[in-house]
Design a protein around this ligand. Sequence first.
Ligand code: GUN
Ligand code: ZN
Length: 472
Amino acid sequence: METARNADRAIRGMFFDLIDDPWKYADKEREAARFLPDGLLVVAGGRIVDFGPYDIVAPRHPGVQTVHLENRLIVPGFIDGHIHFPQVRVLGAYGNQLLDWLQKWIFPEELKYSDRGYAREAAGKFFDALLAAGTTTCQAFTTSSPVSTEEFFEEATRRNMRVISGLTGVDRFAPKEFLISPDDFYRESKRLIERYHRKGRNLYAITPRFAVGCTGEMMDRCRQLKEEHPDCWVNTHISENPSEVRTAKEHFPDCSDYTQVHESHGLLGPKFTAGHGIWLSNDEMRRFSKAGAAVAFCPLSNLFLGSGLFRLGRAKDPEHPVRLTLGSDMGGGNAFSLVRVMEEADKVGMCNNTMLDGSVDPRAQDLAEADRNKLSPYRAYYMATLGGAHALYLDDLLGNFEPGKEADFVALDWNAGQAAMAWHQSLAAGESGPRTIDEAAQLLFAVMAVGDDRNVDETWIAGERVYKKAKV
Ligand code: GUN
Ligand code: ZN
C-alpha cells in the first residue's frame, strides 16, 4: 500500500471493470465484473496504487489531491489490437473488396509515409483520434518505410502511450516502390527493435503484412527475427477474404492451410496476433488456442470490406478458447471508435445464430456455440479491455483497475449523443446514473448500441488527463 506522500493523485467516481472472462460465467456474468458506484482510484508514477470504495480507500490517503468525475462511468482504456496508422487519411474510401482496395487506395497512400513530414503530421492526427475514441493502447501497422515506424513510435513516446508496432514487411503483390527486400527488412527491423523495443512504453512487433504480400524468404527473415528477439510481438493478417485465402494457398502450396504458413515459420505462439481470421477452420482455431496465439476480431472492417462474419462462438469454445482482441482495423474499418466496434461485433454475433426454419446457423455447430456468439455488455467490454490485454499478453499491465497496473482509463458520459435517449427512455435507473452492476451493464450496452466518440468525455494516460471533449 502506498501512502499519501507517494500518491500523485486520486480519481473519485463511478467505476466499472472486468476481473475475469465473462464467457466462463454463463448466466452469472456479473461475477466477472466489478462496479463501484462511489470509488477511489489512487495513482503514483503512472500506476494504480490503490483502488476500492471511496469510504474505505480515502482514509488511507489523507490529503491526496482528488479529482471528482461526477455523472461519468469510468472504465479501463480501450485496447485496439489491430489498426493501421498510415491509413488515417483514407478512412472511409469507397472501393471494392480487400485485394482491389489495397491496390487502389492503400498502397498509393502508404507510399507517402516515406516522407517524414507527411508521416509526422499524420501521427499527430492518428493519436488525437485514438484518444478521442477512448483508445489508450493499440497494436498498429506502419508501412514498409522505416520512417513511418519511427514517426509512429516518436509520437507514441510524446504521448506516453503503451503501444505495439513495427516495420511492415511486404516483398510482393504491392507496387515496386512499396516493396522492401527481406534483407533490408531484417536489417531495419533489428535497428528499430534496438531503438524502440521496451523504451518507455513502446513494444515492438515483427510484422509480416500477410501471406499474399510476403515470400517464403520474407517469412524466413521474420522467423530469424523472432528467434533473435523472442521478447518481441508478431503482428499480421490471416484468412480475411476468400480471394486472399486462395492466393495465399497458391503462394504456399506446401502448407495445408493459412495457419501453417505461420506455424512452419515458427511464428504461431504467444504474442502472435493475426487480424480477422474469418475463414479459419475449426482445426486452425484449435491450433491458435493451443499455441496461445490471438485473433483480432475486426467487425467494422469485416463488414466495410465485405469480408465476412467472424465465428465468435467458435473462437470462444471453452475446450479450445482462442485469445481475442478487438480491432478497428482503421482504415479497413470505417471508424476509430471501439464503442462502435463493440456494436458491430454484437451485430455479427446476432447474425450467426438461427436460420429461417429455426435450426442453428451452420456457421455455428450447436446452440451452445450460437449462444457464445452473443455479445452481452460484459463480454463486449471484456474484449475491449481485459480480454484484449490478455490476448496481447499485456494483462499484467493493462485491462482493469487492479493495483500495480498502468492508470489508463476513460470517463464515459452516458448523457452525450443519442445514448441518453436509450438510457432514459427504456432503462430503470435513477437520473444520476446506475445504482447496481446490472444497471451499469445495461447503461454500457446502451452506450455501445447507440453511442460513439461523443460518449467519451475524458481519456487518461498513466494517471494524466490527456483528452477532454470540447463542449458543444
Ligand atoms: N491485409 C493486408 N494488408 C491489409 C490492410 O491494410 N488492411 C486489411 N484490412 N487487410 C490487409
Ligand atoms: Zn488490417
